[in-house]
Design a protein around this ligand. Structure first.
Ligand SMILES: Cc1cc2nc3c(=O)[nH]c(=O)nc-3n(C[C@H](O)[C@H](O)[C@H](O)COP(=O)(O)OP(=O)(O)OC[C@H]3O[C@@H](n4cnc5c(N)ncnc54)[C@H](O)[C@@H]3O)c2cc1C
Length: 454
């Protein structure tokens, strides 16, 4: 397994012991990423005496939650544009709930004393092609309509922020967007859960769920948890309920991190505002600085493999690392000679509407939240809370929304699934090469509310 920069720079911690034997619990959470850990924090905040067991297949926070770019965004819908097209009647509410979640998350970091290197830098979207300048204007208008502070930058202004000869324009959004150290966020939530009395068992992959008279038996190799309620937070990993597999396609995203930039390179690049950056094409890169002035650079290729396997053997993908490296030096030629200290990959829980979905199973004893499709650092806190509300039968503003009540259109089964996804990826790349024009296949998917993204 390739270790991400974030995991590699965490202080060493002893693992929690694997489950060994039989336990009873009021609530069993499966999966110790952000979703599972936020669910534990929320459950304890509602009722400190609630008896909670969390089972994690490996180490908490080493799935997508330990491998992402650390872009913390308020959007719950993978951007306002996507939210507007899929939930036109609810987008005002979703945007407001997203901003509330974003602010509350920042507040929780303080309250729980989690130093996740939170930096409210805002983010910069850059145009690399002349036609993309109009896309930036459209995006700026949309963001402002929903109350965001979004400033368009021309070629000189954007290059004054960050010096790349590729940039033709930019859009700097200063609200609802920050950066975090992905690993420290997970590590802090793990420590907070243990401190709250959540019984965490790591290296305890759950093999099966069995309905019982009073609840659900959660079975691992070494034991069983008899729980009244179960919350599944297993993201892109093989699902424990067959129904989930129809909606999720695990898509691998790959990332590089450089060695720290020396003073000369820092001067050559600027970037004093330290914004998170992405380009606006369909196949996009995302990149940002770390506290010690490395550049974390990921995205572009989104790799789906037949059958949707997930595992450590897929953390390496030389062809994508080579593409990322080539694009990195095209963007920042003045950094020639800089080396990459880390390279890694991670699985994204892609669904056809690009935003979290929910469900319950086994007579309401089990609930789940997944499908963030590459934008879950902030949304996972919202997803965790909604899933727990569904499990406990608590009504809230969110539980009444279509995003919670309706699931995405399922992907077709294999082998059709691979065919459809590869064709869509191929057409998205063609649109990038072809002045952004969406051909008949993409327009058909648009009309059906279907898509593929990361
Ligand atoms: C490379 C990459 C870059 C990304 N960049 C960003 C970004 O910049 N901004 C953003 O908002 N989002 C980003 N994301 C998405 C974001 O990381 C996720 O949406 C978020 O971490 C999801 O958290 P989670 O807890 O639902 O999933 P995970 O962190 O994947 O956690 C799921 C956990 O469940 C465990 N598990 C699975 N099955 C079992 C089982 N049977 N028994 C026990 N445990 C099990 C796994 O081991 C894992 O720890 C990125 C994702 C990737 C992969």
């Amino acid at each position: 397994m390739r270790r991400s920069f974030w995991i590699d720079t965490l202080p060493a911690r002893d693992p929690h012991a694997p489950l060994d034997g039989a336990l009873d619990a009021d609530l069993c959470i499966v999966g110790g990423g952000y979703t599972g850990l936020w669910a534990a924090a929320y459950a304890k905040s509602l009722d400190p005496d609630r008896d909670i067991v969390l089972l994690e297949a490996t180490r908490c926070g080493t799935g997508a939650s330990g491998r992402n770019g650390g872009f913390l965004q308020s959007s719950l819908t993978h951007g306002i544009g996507n939210g507007l097209s899929r939930f036109p009647d609810e987008i005002e509410q979703l945007e407001r709930l997203g901003l509330e979640n974003f602010r509350a998350l920042a507040g929780d970091l303080e309250r729980l004393a989690i130093d996740a290197e939170f930096e409210p830098t805002g983010d910069l979207i850059v145009a690399l092609e002349p036609r993309e300048l109009a896309d930036l204007e459209e995006e700026a208008e949309l963001l402002r309509r929903f109350g965001h502070d979004a400033e368009l930058l021309d070629r000189e202004q954007v290059r004054a922020e960050v010096n790349s000869p590729m940039y033709l324009g930019g859009l700097w959004t200063r609200t609802g967007s920050a950066l975090v150290h992905a690993g420290k966020l997970g590590d802090g939530l793990r420590a907070a859960a243990a401190g709250d009395g959540v019984r965490i068992h790591e290296y305890s992959p759950v093999r099966a769920l069995r309905r019982t008279a009073a609840g659900v038996s959660v079975v691992t190799d070494g034991g069983v948890v008899d729980a009244r309620r179960v919350l599944l937070a297993t993201s892109a990993y093989p699902p424990l309920l067959r129904a989930i597999g129809r909606y999720i396609a695990p898509v691998y995203d790959y990332v590089l991190a450089t060695e720290p930039l020396g003073e000369r390179m820092r001067e050559a690049i600027g970037w004093a505002g330290r914004q998170g950056i992405s380009d606006i094409g369909n196949q996009f890169h995302y990149y940002r600085l770390t506290a010690d002035w490395r550049i974390v650079w990921g995205g572009y290729d989104a790799v789906y493999r037949y059958g949707g396997p997930v595992g450590p053997q897929l953390d390496d993908h030389e062809p994508t690392f080579a593409t990322l490296s080539q694009h990195f030096f095209a963007t920042f030629p003045q950094l020639e000679g800089l080396r990459f200290s880390h390279r890694w990959g991670g699985a994204i829980d892609t669904c056809s509407r690009f935003s979290v979905f929910f469900g319950t199973a086994l007579g309401g004893r089990v609930a789940y939240a997944l499908g963030y499709t590459g934008l879950g650092v902030g949304a996972s806190r919202f997803g965790a809370r909604v899933a727990l509300d569904l499990l406990d039968g608590r009504e809230s503003e969110a539980t009444a929304l279509t995003i919670v009540r309706r699931r995405p259109v399922p992907f077709p089964p294999e082998p059709l699934r691979t065919g459809v996804i590869q064709l869509t990826r191929n057409r998205l790349a063609a649109a990038d090469r072809n002045d952004g024009r969406r051909g008949i296949w993409l327009r058909t998917l648009d009309r059906m509310g279907l898509g593929f993204d990361s």
